[in-house]
Write a new protein. Structure first.
Lengths: 110, 112
């Protein structure tokens, strides 16, 4: 079946370092969405990318959608403690079902 | 109510018991979903409903049933709970125009 692979599973960074998570789909996606789940919380929608090659920014977060609409990335510049959590990508497939990546957990080293 | 609510917040249940997790949304969204999230894992879709009166099976439907009698409510029933159903359960809803999903706070279920 259709899959969205997300890597890495975990990333440990020092506060102030950058963080990147990647998603790759086996098929072309209609759109890709990104969600953040704080520890003990529920997933919260961050952004949706629709167009091939699209780049969107939210303050220190940069989201990209690949030219072939099969891959996406989320990059956080200069991480802060408030960035801690798990970041999920989810791609909308041709059947209008949302296929979720397994998430990347961002951990700030003490 | 503002958004999407779930009840109970948490529950400890004996194996073999029947349990219904409740989910209500007030956003008039057409689609609703049930996910389970196990420690260290992502979200797995159990059942979904694209509109009131219809339901569909997700990735892990066995042992669960749902109903969608109206737009607002989407209960999830475990007919005879087993320990492997210990998990955090999230309900979500989405508007068909955006496909963005809005999640409830979750129900933490422990089956002993």
């Amino acid at each position: 079946g259709q899959q969205v692979m997300q890597i890495p599973q975990y990333q440990h960074v020092q506060e102030g370092e950058d963080f990147t998570t990647y998603c790759n789909s086996s098929t072309t996606l209609s759109n890709i969405q990104w969600y953040k789940q704080r520890p003990g919380g529920h997933p919260v929608f961050l952004i949706q990318l629709v167009k091939s090659g699209e780049v969107k920014k939210q303050k220190r977060l940069t989201f990209q959608f690949g030219e072939a609409k099969k891959n996406s990335s989320l990059h956080i510049t200069a991480t802060q403690t408030t960035d801690v959590g798990t970041y999920f990508c989810a791609g909308l497939d041709s059947n209008y079902q949302l296929i979720w990546g397994a998430g990347t957990k961002l951990i700030i080293k003490p | 109510i503002a958004g999407i609510t779930q009840a109970p917040t948490s529950q400890i249940l004996a194996a073999g018991r029947r349990m219904t997790l409740r989910c209500t949304q007030d956003m008039r969204h057409n689609a609703m979903y049930w996910y389970r999230q196990d420690l260290g894992l992502g979200l797995r879709l159990i059942h979904y409903s694209n509109t009131a009166g219809t339901t569909g099976k997700g990735e892990v439907p066995d042992g669960y049933s749902v109903s969608r009698a109206n737009t607002d409510d989407f209960p999830l029933t475990l007919a005879s709970a087993v320990p492997s159903q210990t998990s955090v359960y999230f309900c979500a809803s989405s508007d068909k125009d955006t496909d963005t999903q809005y999640f409830g706070p979750g129900t933490r279920l422990t089956v002993l």
